[in-house]
Design a protein. Sequence first.
Length: 87
Amino acid sequence: MQEKPYFCPNCRSNRVKFSMISSFSRRFLKDAVTGAVQEVGEPDELPEAEPTIQCQVCSFTGNEMRFIKQAEREPRVMTPTQPISYQ
């Protein structure tokens, strides 16, 4: 996962709430007659070329570069703020 800003290309309102989705593989053996599970292995994470990201606002799911490119097209502008002092 890259250390770059994200921006949801679907709802275009979320810049902070995301989930990374990963896939796992788990081996198991079943009885051919009864269908009962006889043995279950440990889960192995499947390697992915690029992470799959999900927006937690609208549930849009896509590859990481879609979220990064959207953030680059519409960057968040930092505006300086001055505290107001009341006297």
